[in-house]
Design a protein around this ligand. Structure first.
Ligand code: 2IT
Length: 444
């Protein structure tokens, strides 16, 4: 028998000073504990110890030259967590907050997320403490090339397929792929999120946000409600937030906020025109990490140093970074009548916020289900690369829509008690069972 407290205290002893990793594991273990304890095949094979230990962790030094001719040193990582279902797969994050503990939490989450997509992908994550803020294009390029000079030894289209995450978009994937191609002399599907003319998939940039909205549409439908007409708060202003605002508008909902490290924008009229969406991309590509200029450009309000969760809305989509929505934020949203909280960032809510939301009975869906559309379309990019052909936007979007609906149904199947759906439990159990069963079939 596994006991939550003793398992978690062993894990903490083995992984000191990695609070995000402990938080991510605890959430999964709480969900799957009964399933594991009731299954002798899981119990007899130490499945929880095996699934929480990464297959391997690679760390490397990244040396690069800044525009003043100075030498800069960063740390690079790749956590190859679990490849029971397919090649290691997961994004690269370039952000000053990145530590090994961050990437272990993200890699662990990725295992179950990728399992939920129904596509053959294992779980991994990587990145660096490199801070893109304020860097020139040339500095970004030199950093990416130095990073790939090390990373290329450990990846390959059948081994490990990285992609983007915070701080790694189309431009960075281009520089990384360019260096891989120089070093290995092969044009292959080793990264996803590639440019359209050199192997990328249509809809990959939009996929995470589109998928989150498809998932929210299913949540609303399951509650005999509809997405249409809903007022939505979104945090962040990157790739994910961009996809969310576009698909929300298309399906008749209205997004009224976006945010950055500098504060949030409240746009009463809705962030619902091509000009506004293009402007979000422009803000992102400036490398300054601020949203304030949007207010002037479109006559919206800017609230410096604050988060969008104080605005009265029907749906909230945290779409920036882990633990961005805390207990106080959850209380504000709920007292203002929020009807759904759709976690779109990875582990976007703190544990006490989630506990409060669950007790309040406001439907809450976890990031690993909601944001799985991103990696799902990465999986579709891998298929297209392997077949050496490319699907139309409609074909990819249709597959994404179907996958998100299936993920929602899997959450309901494993998480419903007949009256209420516990999406956390549903997502964790559905994701876990497939990986655990594959691990048993593969032996150790
Ligand atoms: O968190 C994520 O799922 C991603 N950053 C995307 C990973 C991928 O391989 O497309």
């Amino acid at each position: 028998m596994y006991h939550l407290n003793s398992f978690m205290s062993d894990l903490e002893r083995k992984n000191p000073a990695q609070p995000e990793f402990i938080q991510a594991v605890q959430e999964v273990i709480e969900s799957v504990l009964d399933v594991v304890n009731e299954n002798p095949a899981y119990l007899g094979t130490r499945i929880l110890e095996r699934i929480t230990e990464p297959d391997r962790i690679i760390t490397f030094k990244v040396e690069w030259e800044d525009d003043n001719g100075g030498v800069q040193v960063n740390r690079g990582y790749r956590v190859q967590y679990n490849n029971a279902l397919g090649p290691y797969k997961g994004g690269l994050r370039f952000h000053p907050s990145v530590t090994l503990g961050t990437l272990k939490f993200l890699g662990f989450e990725q295992i179950f997320k990728n399992s939920l997509t129904t596509l053959p992908m294992g779980g991994a994550k990587g990145g660096s403490d490199f801070n893109p803020k304020g860097k020139s294009d040339n500095e970004i390029m030199r950093f990416c090339k130095a990073f790939m000079t090390e990373l290329n030894r450990y990846i390959g289209p059948e081994i490990d397929v990285p992609a983007g995450d915070i701080g790694v978009g189309a431009r960075e994937i281009g520089f990384l792929y360019g260096q891989y191609k120089k070093l290995r002399i092969e044009h292959t599907g080793v990264l996803t999120g590639k440019g359209r003319s050199w192997g990328g998939s249509l809809i990959r940039p939009e996929a995470t946000g589109f998928g989150a909205i498809y998932f929210a549409r299913e949540m609303a439908a399951h509650a005999n409600d509809k997405l249409e007409g809903k007022r939505i708060a979104v945090s962040g202003f990157g790739n994910v937030a961009w996809g969310v605002v576009m698909k929300a508008s298309e399906l008749g909902a209205k997004v009224v906020t976006i945010s950055g490290p500098d504060g949030y924008i409240y746009d009463e009229k809705g962030i619902n025109t091509q000009k506004k969406w293009d402007y979000m991309l422009k803000l992102r590509s400036s490398n300054n990490d601020v949203v304030e200029p949007y207010a002037k450009e479109f006559g919206a309000k800017f609230y410096p140093g604050r988060k969008p969760w104080e605005v009265a809305v029907d749906m909230a989509f945290p779409s920036a970074i882990q633990n961005e929505l805390n207990l106080d934020d959850a209380k504000k949203l709920i007292s203002n009548g929020v009807k759904y909280i759709v976690e779109t960032s990875n582990m976007g809510c703190t544990s006490d916020a989630i506990e409060y939301i669950q007790r309040s009975k406001v439907p809450f869906a976890p990031g690993k289900a909601v944001n799985a559309g991103g990696v799902a379309v990465s999986g579709l990019e891998m298929s297209q690369n392997a077949m050496k052909l490319s699907w139309t936007s409609e074909e990819v979007d249709e597959k994404l829509n179907r996958i998100m609906t299936e993920i929602h149904n899997a959450c309901v199947k494993e998480g419903s008690d007949g009256s209420r759906v516990d999406y956390i439990k549903g997502a964790n159990i559905a994701g876990f069972k497939k990986v655990a069963d594959a691990m048993l079939e593969l032996g150790y």
